[in-house]
Write a protein that binds this ligand. Structure first.
Ligand code: GLU
Length: 399
């Protein structure tokens, strides 16, 4: 035998969102005055009632294994949330609780993909979809959306990406990194395509609570029974409840797929953290005031941020309607120079910005767009103000 490593593992890129966030944290720890727009992580504390529920669970000794697919009471709470918020009927047997949305997605890919199956990813796409699908033998088929379509996937684009090997489409609305939210009409067209071509839709709806000023989140699975059967709805507690570190995600799917994911999870990780699951019940069933407070704060930041970006010559963005990201176009700066160094892509733009102006943003090459960067506005207004002042100065220095 040789000591050769796994081909699949060798082809997996590390998560760039995690890497840049980590780098910004390290620079901060070195004493640098960093403003980080990198992490897709709420800056708010987890609401107190959720923390209290966790403390109580520890005090009561509720610290043992649960069923591998999650606590029955949590599945019931998720089922109720699916019903009331998403207009989706999933029974507890159709629900799997996992270690965060990322883990839920990995379970889905493991349950549905065979070697060589193609997975359509409308770009820009969150960095993990491609790598997670590849780990399960999937082949990502990237479809680049257009700015003039607000970076939303059209049926014509879907049509051109479709082959005999297409197994699934990953649809993320509200979207990371664009902040776009698909309308009912747009979803209906995509659903019609998925049903007529008999493919799965993996609907990542983790930003569902974060829609602004009348924009409505619609779950594609809620449109009709045919699309419901082909959709796996993925969500989690991280974004809406500011519970990133608790690692609770979940899926709603057919019983058949849920059963497979249950087997997979029972062999790979067992249950997600019991205390976090108990806290998640409180999050979903307790007082929701904090969710609204956070959404209101994001909305204010969103508006201010877009206004500031608009005022900077050379940068442009489409105002996001959901999530907490702005997707910024830097094509006008391509070919320009910073201190004699050429800007060939958003990665160069972001590197100089971080090195000299101490502002961290995510260049979107790994999202399938190398001429855009992402700003996460899950930071305070003061930081947004200061960060945008620095970005403006930096842009003005490019020639
Ligand atoms: N989803 C977040 C982001 O896009 C968290 C980091 C990650 O897991 O990628 O920044």
């Amino acid at each position: 035998m040789s000591l050769e490593l796994s081909e699949k593992a060798l082809h997996i890129k590390p998560s760039s969102t995690m890497a840049i966030t980590e780098q910004a944290k390290l620079m901060k720890a070195e004493g640098k005055d960093i403003i980080s727009f990198s992490a897709g992580e709420p800056d708010f504390r987890t609401p107190a009632n959720i923390g209290e529920a966790a403390k109580k669970a520890i005090d009561e000794g509720r610290t043992k294994y649960t069923a591998a697919s999650g606590l029955k009471e949590l599945k019931e709470a998720v089922a109720l949330k699916f019903l009331n918020f998403n207009h989706l009927v999933y029974s507890p047997e159709q629900i799997i609780i996992s270690n965060g949305g990322k883990h839920s997605l990995s379970n889905v890919f493991t349950a549905i993909l065979n070697e060589g199956d193609e997975v359509i990813l409308p770009a820009p796409y969150w960095v993990t979809y491609s790598e997670s699908a590849k780990l399960q033998g999937g082949v990502p088929i990237v479809v680049k959306t257009k700015k003039e379509n607000a970076y939303k996937l059209t049926v014509e684009e879907l049509e051109s990406a479709y082959t005999e090997k297409t197994k699934a489409l990953v649809l993320n609305s509200p979207n990371n990194p664009t902040g776009m939210v698909y309308t009912k009409e747009e979803l209906e067209k995509i659903a019609e395509f998925a049903v007529s071509h008999d493919i799965y839709v993996i609907a990542d709806e983790v930003y569902e609570y974060l829609c602004y000023e009348g924009t409505e989140h619609i779950s594609i699975a809620s449109l009709n029974n045919e699309i419901y059967k082909r959709t796996i709805t993925v969500s989690g507690l991280s974004k809406g409840y500011s519970m990133t570190g608790w690692r609770i995600g979940y899926t709603g799917s057919s019983k058949e797929i849920a059963k497979l994911m249950n087997s997979i999870q029972s062999q790979q990780t067992s249950n997600p953290n019991t205390i976090a699951q108990i806290a998640a019940i409180e999050a979903l069933t307790g007082d929701q005031t904090e969710v609204d407070v956070m959404r209101t704060a994001y909305n204010e930041r969103r508006k201010y941020l877009c206004k500031r970006i608009d005022e900077i010559n050379g940068l442009s963005c489409i105002e996001p309607q959901g999530a907490f990201y702005v997707f910024v176009d830097i094509t006008e700066f391509l070919g320009k120079e910073y201190k004699g160094q050429k800007i060939n892509a958003a990665a160069d733009f972001a590197r100089f910005l971080l090195e000299d102006y101490y502002v961290a943003v995510i260049p979107c090459e790994d999202f399938g767009f190398d001429d855009h960067f992402r700003i996460s506005y899950s930071v305070s207004m003061e930081e947004i103000r200061e960060g945008l002042d620095r970005i403006k100065k930096y842009c003005e220095s490019l020639s």
